[in-house]
Design a protein around this ligand. Structure first.
Ligand code: NAD
Length: 330
């Protein structure tokens, strides 16, 4: 008998990389993917698991309690891996309400239904979160699991709130929970609105490539498949009640990423006039409250669970850009 787990938000960027990976690596599981299919969800990203008997897609909202109860009633759910979220910081600035609804109320609804259904059983709830809950760093230092939370955007505040509810369900009800806080993911299947797909799309369209502020913000980049291996490991081997930071030890200044991507496109798809795509870079007004620097100390997951990021940034970004270029073939 296969073990059934509920994955939420599996049609999004990370979830749609995770599901095929997880089914390949763990054939003993059956996955139910619950996704509302907001603008960020795309079933085209899951064609490789379509028709797989170990996979079932359910369209629905994580805030819809009767639906979550029905899923737990109809299936013997033996674990939850919770990706579903509103995830784009800019959208959280223009419309924070949906972030509070999905990220806070939705996480609460899932946890609470799991708690009631799992009484007396030790099934695991794995919450996927972000390094943005820790706020911003100065020029030095790294986020560890004990860094105090200091979220600065409505997005990170909603994720921090959900992390706290998960924590409370462990301490109050003894639920078997783990939380992973990861850095910026990159790789195939990311929505058009995010940084890397935007750079490529604008470059190829001959438009200005927008870079916030002075372009000096620093992010720590994690190849999405490395994130998937980290989640797999923590889901199976992490200690209940613990949090684990997952990061690729790839700190990059935003403007350098943009230039690197431009030069990969220069090689693969040169401009008709042979000028570099970096000529299209245009600095635009900074995002309000834009955090300066994020960087993760991944020592805990590396030392306690033996995880290591396999992809180096140079090869990872090349693979990623080439993947998006194929989408823009015609
Ligand atoms: N992408 C990153 O770099 C990154 C970094 C750190 C943490 N995270 C976290 O990882 C998780 C996945 O991120 P992502 O980049 O794949 O996000 P995404 O925006 O690409 O995908 C989110 C998915 O959740 C679904 N969804 C949204 N609201 C829903 C709801 N109410 N009910 C059911 N489904 C809903 C969407 O349809 C979409 O398929 C999120 O929790 C995010 O906070 C992402």
């Amino acid at each position: 008998m296969k073990k059934t787990i509920l994955v939420t938000g599996g049609a999004g960027f990370i979830g749609s990389n995770f599901i095929p990976y997880f089914l390949r690596s763990n054939p003993e599981y059956h996955i139910i993917n619950l996704d509302k299919l907001t603008y960020a969800g795309n079933l085209q990203n899951l064609t490789e698991v379509e028709g797989n008997p170990s996979y079932l897609f359910v369209q629905g909202d994580i805030c819809d309690r009767p639906l979550i109860e029905k899923i737990f009633h109809d299936f013997d759910i033996q674990g939850v891996i919770h990706f579903a979220a509103e995830s784009h910081v800019d959208n959280s600035i223009s419309g924070p309400g949906e972030f509070i609804r999905t990220n806070v109320n939705g996480t609460f609804t899932l946890l609470d239904v799991a708690r009631i259904n799992w009484k007396g059983r030790n099934h695991r709830f794995h919450h996927i979160s972000t390094d943005e809950v820790y706020g911003t760093l100065g020029e030095t230092g790294l986020f560890t699991e004990t860094t105090p939370y200091a979220p600065n955007s409505p997005y990170s505040a909603s994720k921090a709130s959900s992390d706290m509810i998960v924590r409370a369900y462990h301490h109050t009800y003894g639920m078997n929970v783990v939380t992973t806080n990861c850095s910026n993911n990159y790789g195939p299947k990311q929505h058009n609105e995010k940084l890397i797909p935007t750079i490529i799309r604008k470059a190829l369209a001959g438009e200005k490539i927008p870079v916030y502020g002075d372009g000096k913000n620093i992010r720590d980049w994690l190849y999405v498949e490395d994130h998937c291996t980290g989640i797999d490991l923590v889901f199976h081997k992490g200690q209940s009640g613990e949090t684990y930071n997952i990061g690729g030890r790839n700190e990059k200044v935003n403007i350098d990423i943009v230039k690197e991507i431009c030069s990969i496109i220069d090689e693969n798809r040169p401009r008709a006039d042979k000028k570099p795509y970096s000529d299209q870079i245009a600095f635009v007004t900074d995002r309000p409250g834009h955090d300066k620097r994020y960087a993760i100390d991944a020592a805990k997951i590396e030392n306690d669970l033996g995880w290591k990021a396999r992809e180096n940034f140079e090869s990872g970004i090349k693979k990623t850009v080439e993947w998006y270029l194929k989408l823009h073939t015609n």
